[in-house]
Design a binder for this molecule. Structure first.
Ligand code: G16
Length: 543
């Protein structure tokens, strides 16, 4: 069957039009949208094979998330709602790069090697963000799926986490929730309102916030939440799709530039939230009485959430292992706080939620967040059962029962499949409400070290290789040694460099004790990268 099965896959409309190599990077393929059609077509083909291999529905999301409008991309979602398995990332890369003349034989090879039963039906659940290039890329992906007779569920415009949610609901026959967008909104909104209904709040919490939706697909979801949560959470929407996607707005811009997005009014001490172009990242921020910008990033959210879970576990008397996963970008101030104050085990892994997710699975309750606001909480099946059973235990004291029910309900508020900006936002709002905190109280838990991120353009970013969760640079030789010498000059200094997996640049991260020195440290390291790794364009400088 195999060779004939793939007979009709070569389609001249989607022939390979690019000589450059494509890589399944940090979060799928991502590059300029006008060279992506053949890649989408091929990923449509691959999604069908993956679905057959797993005998389950597979997700395909068309988005370039935080990147600007000219880019686009694609990520595949595995049956349990997690990112595509690492070994298939390699298969995807090979398939994207094969010559048209070898496409048929490569598909046959994949199906033999992976022992795929081609008679099994395939289902691909597909979604896209609001980029102008998304419909044409959707057409290419659909052509690939149809070429191998796969079934399609087209969700239309959705956030990345909504697609992950529908995939897991579909594959669990609704046990995780109703596999529709309405099911998604209703599940999260119902539990949010129900938790809130159990609390009389006397603290500083005010139920109004300003949301910067990056002019992306998250604005659509945010509007739905405005409707579902009317009278409970007052969401004022900015950058709602009428402006340029991710341009001077959105979670990535706020995190890297540490400044207000376009259009948001800077009302003093008002809680502001920013999500990215496909709504899988979230950060908080506010302006103080002296007009100073304050960022509460993924590290802050992780520590808030971990501290809350720790408190609920202790109060309810339930013994489960809680752990937190970060990347090298985590601020040193947060890591100290987690280890020394919260006393929660903390692990560091390479960038990419796929790495954090995998590590977090080692804990009963794993909280994982990248500093850029991408993260969630995941529970082992046994931990979920224990939480449910504990809440039913009639021997508990009133205080234990309240904490135990809250623990059970909060788990339902979380989109465990992947970082979900809006579900994370509802979780943060729930915790702040429970504590009676405003954003200033929240920020008091610990102090961030001043930090700075820069981008350096080089001829080939892949000449930079790293180890030790990207904290140590292996090549070009001498680069790490030189970074170490620079860092030594700064009190509590730390810096690392790594090639981005989503943009054609090298990222430089720097932190140190003094806010007046941190720019200097970042620029010194950036210019080292420029000189030792083949920089192009102007050399980074302090001006
Ligand atoms: C993606 C990944 C994140 C990662 C970010 C930046 O986010 O999902 O895990 O932190 O890219 O990656 P890099 O530094 O390799 O460019 P998003 O929101 O763009 O999908």
């Amino acid at each position: 069957m195999e060779s004939s099965y793939f007979n009709n896959v070569v389609n001249s409309e989607y022939s390979r039009k690019n000589d450059g190599r494509m890589e399944y990077g940090t979060a799928g393929f991502r590059t300029k949208s006008d060279i992506l059609e053949y890649v989408l077509y091929r990923m449509g083909l691959l999604a069908v094979l993956r679905s057959k291999a797993k005998k389950a529905a597979i997700g395909l999301m068309i988005t370039a998330s935080h990147n600007l409008e000219p880019d686009n991309g694609i990520k595949l979602v595995d049956p349990a709602g997690e990112m595509l398995e690492a070994s298939w990332e390699m298969i995807a890369t090979n398939l994207a790069n094969v010559l048209d003349s070898d496409l048929t034989s490569m598909l046959a090879h994949i199906s033999t090697k992976e022992n795929i039963d081609l008679s099994v039906p395939a289902t691909v659940i597909i979604g896209r963000d609001t980029r102008k290039s998304s419909p044409i890329l959707l057409k290419a992906a659909l052509a690939g799926i149809k070429a191998l007779n796969g079934n399609v569920t087209d969700l239309g415009l959705v956030t990345t986490p909504q697609l992950h949610y529908v995939v897991v609901c579909t594959n669990t026959d609704g046990a995780y929730g109703d596999p529709t967008l309405q099911g998604y909104y209703s599940k999260l909104a119902t539990v949010f309102k129900s938790i809130r209904g159990t609390e009389i709040n006397n603290g500083k919490y005010i139920s109004g916030l300003q949301l910067d939706a990056a002019n992306g697909v998250g604005a659509i979801a945010a509007r739905e939440f405005q409707r579902y949560l009317k009278g409970v959470l007052d969401i004022k929407l900015f950058n709602d799709g009428s402006g340029n996607l991710n341009y001077m707005c959105g979670a990535d811009y706020i995190k890297v530039q540490q400044t207000l997005p376009l259009n948001i009014t800077s009302e003093k001490s008002v809680r502001c939230v920013s999500i990215d172009g496909d709504a899988d990242r979230v950060v908080y921020f506010y302006i103080d009485g002296n007009n100073k910008f304050h960022l509460l990033d993924g590290d802050r959210i992780a520590t808030l959430v971990a501290a809350y879970f720790k408190e609920l576990l202790e109060t309810s008397g339930l013994s489960l292992q809680l752990g937190l996963v970060q990347t090298a970008y985590a601020n040193g101030g947060s890591t100290d706080y987690i280890s020394n104050v919260l006393k929660v085990p903390v692990a560091c892994v390479p960038t990419g939620v796929k790495h954090l997710h995998k590590k977090a699975l080692e804990f009963d309750i794993g909280v994982y967040f990248e500093a850029n606001g991408h993260g969630t909480v995941i529970f082992k099946g046994t931990a979920k059962e224990a939480i449910k059973n504990h809440a039913k235990n009639e021997m508990l004291s009133t205080i234990q029962r309240v904490a135990s029910s809250k623990l059970r309900d909060v788990t339902d508020l979380i989109n465990e499949t992947v970082g979900d900006a809006l579900s994370d936002m509802l979780l943060v709002e729930t915790i702040l409400h429970a504590k009676g905190w405003d954003v200033i109280e929240w920020e008091k838990s610990y102090n961030d070290l001043p930090n700075k991120q820069l981008k350096v353009r080089v001829k080939d970013r892949n000449i930079i290789t790293t180890t030790n969760a990207e904290r140590h640079c292996l090549t070009p030789v001498c680069l790490q040694e030189e970074i170490d010498k620079i860092v030594l000059k700064y009190s509590r200094g730390r810096s690392f460099v790594r090639p981005s997996g989503t943009e054609d640049i090298v990222r430089v991260y720097a932190e140190c004790e003094s806010s007046s020195d941190v720019n200097k440290l970042a620029v010194e390291v950036a210019s080292l990268v420029y000189r030792l790794a083949g920089g192009v364009g102007p050399e980074p400088s302090l001006s």
